[in-house]
Design a protein around this ligand. Sequence first.
Ligand SMILES: Nc1nc(=O)c2c([nH]1)NC[C@@H]1CN(c3ccc(C(=O)N[C@@H](CCC(=O)O)C(=O)O)cc3)CN21
Ligand SMILES: CC(C)C(=O)C(=O)O
Ligand SMILES: [Mg+2]
Length: 263
Amino acid sequence: MNILNFPERKKGREAIVMVTCYDYTMARIVADSAIDMILVGDSAAMVMHGHDTTLPISVDEMAMHVRAVRRGAPETFVVADLPFLATRKGLEAAMDAVEAVMKAGASAVKIEGIEGQADLVRHIVASGVPVMGHLGLTPQAVNQLGGFRVQGRSEDDRARLMREARECQAAGCFALVLECVPESLAEAITRSLDIVTIGIGAGDRTDGQVLVMHDLLGLTDGFKPKFVRQYMDGRAQVCQALDQYASDVRERAFPAPEERYAG
Ligand SMILES: Nc1nc(=O)c2c([nH]1)NC[C@@H]1CN(c3ccc(C(=O)N[C@@H](CCC(=O)O)C(=O)O)cc3)CN21
Ligand SMILES: CC(C)C(=O)C(=O)O
Ligand SMILES: [Mg+2]
């Protein structure tokens, strides 16, 4: 995937497949898979660091995850989330955040919401940095949304999200994530835009899909929103391996002779 390929992946062509990734080892695996692109999401705050929301992660921590992912996937298109408030403290602070994740190796940045930051998006794009928009359930606004809830169900919200999607495109976004919105709204937005849409909990009419790595591997304990499909029972498989290791050690079945060094 290259920034120049996105327009040709618009509706009707092959769907874009994106997954989150936060570390070197998993990035190497993603790079060997059929995945198109990586999102170094601020969901790292939750799945990597154990917070309840995405709010606590810093620009430096995001940059650290981007550096690790870039080392593991040197050729992959990597989008980095700009964390909570990074774009809301003036132009210089915002550009410092963009600089940090781009110099860490990102190919593009993702910014939640468009209200009050269309000019900033224009400036980032004019600076040579591709920007991915993100509308619908914007987790950085969880305190305002009253929880991780489906968005765009009322007629007013629908109209607002449709308008904001057009604003993202007008501001120069090359792609737009639609999170937790009714499929009819995601379809309407996808049809009305020239840029690609990437859905999560937004039905199958978007131009691509994104899922959190740990969700699709079944590693997240008890976290299973409706839109998640678990492609393996990662928790059970990892736990089984750990239990086997523990029992082998206790029974002195590990290490075997061939796993030892001779003097
Ligand atoms: N591991 C992980 N996966 C994600 O997809 C994800 C994160 N973390 N962190 C950031 C946001 C938060 N997300 C979430 C979290 C919870 C629901 C959820 O509980 N959804 C309810 C629907 C609620 C409603 O009907 O309004 C569900 O049961 O599906 C949805 C998205 C998506 N993102
Ligand atoms: C859920 C996706 C879209 C995201 O923003 C994240 O993982 O942080
Ligand atoms: Mg995010």
